[in-house]
Ligand binder design. Sequence first.
Ligand code: DOR
Ligand code: ZN
Length: 343
Amino acid sequence: MKEITIRQPDEWHAHLREKDLMLKVISLFNIYGRVVCMGNLTDPIDNLKKIIAYRNKLVCLSNFLPIIGAMLTKNSTLEEWTKITDLLYGRIFIKYIPKGVTTNSELGIAWPELKNFYSILELAQAKKIPFLIHAEIDKNPKTKKSISEINRERAAIPFVKELARTFPNLIINIEHVSTEAMVKLIKAHKNLSGSISPNHLIHRYEDVFDEQGKLVNVHGYFKPVAKTKTDQHAIIEAALSGDPKFFFGSDSAPHLQTDKENFKRAGAFNALTNLSFLCEFFADHQAIEKFEPFISEYGAKRYGFPLNQEVIRLQRQYWQVPSIYRGIVPDLAGKTMEWKIVE
Ligand code: DOR
Ligand code: ZN
């Protein structure tokens, strides 16, 4: 096979950032029909005014349809969310990052307090607004003891279960699924689906942390952290399975090299390689026919969008991932990729 033509994909999870960093990366997303742009900016996007201002910037600078992953924060109210859903249906999702678990989540709501915001989830359920969850918890709510990074997704499972039971018709998506346990949970509940990031198909915990759990490779550091071989295999299987509950969302999360290396920022900048990597991944597993639905169909169907009508082409052409891209170290820097997107 030398060339493959597929329906234009959607990107269901990306950090487009703001200001200079946004300008460095935004054009890479023009290959997609829709892009979910996460609102965890320094000043989180959590009200109508901020959503409109952020969306306008994205629209001005790109060809894709931006869907804002607007943050559920301590400032969120039912009144504000009623306005947001009335005006922006189809262009906003709700993103829940529990307090403190990742970049710019200080205004987030801790899991035990989420019930105080259930009226907003009822609204989302009634209006069919997807609720996207960063499913991790960093501290035991009773003892306040810190939970090690490798166990944070598993520890969030009881909370996700409770939500799935309380809101049987809410469209709940678990972002960047990273454990076998979460894959099982998603399969068991009809209102749960999961996006898969290439990060968790490629990387393993032991490539990033040493035996004492110390971070040794900051460029492989993203959240939820890469997990064990068993977890990685469960994610690989879910991606290859053709189960429409599992679809692509890259979690591309650029940080400048200096910030990443000096402040150990979590996030992999994988936007340069996602489609090339996934094409090779599906081809290597003799499952190339699952590539297109995984990146271009399942997500759109789950969220109630029509499928894109354009196509994109990939050619079997070797190219090398640069060691640095506009001041950002990309994921898979220096590696040779087999497939190239052609115009
Ligand atoms: O590694 C990550 N980086 N995970 C997230 O959930 C957020 C992201 C970021 O915004 O940097
Ligand atoms: Zn993310």
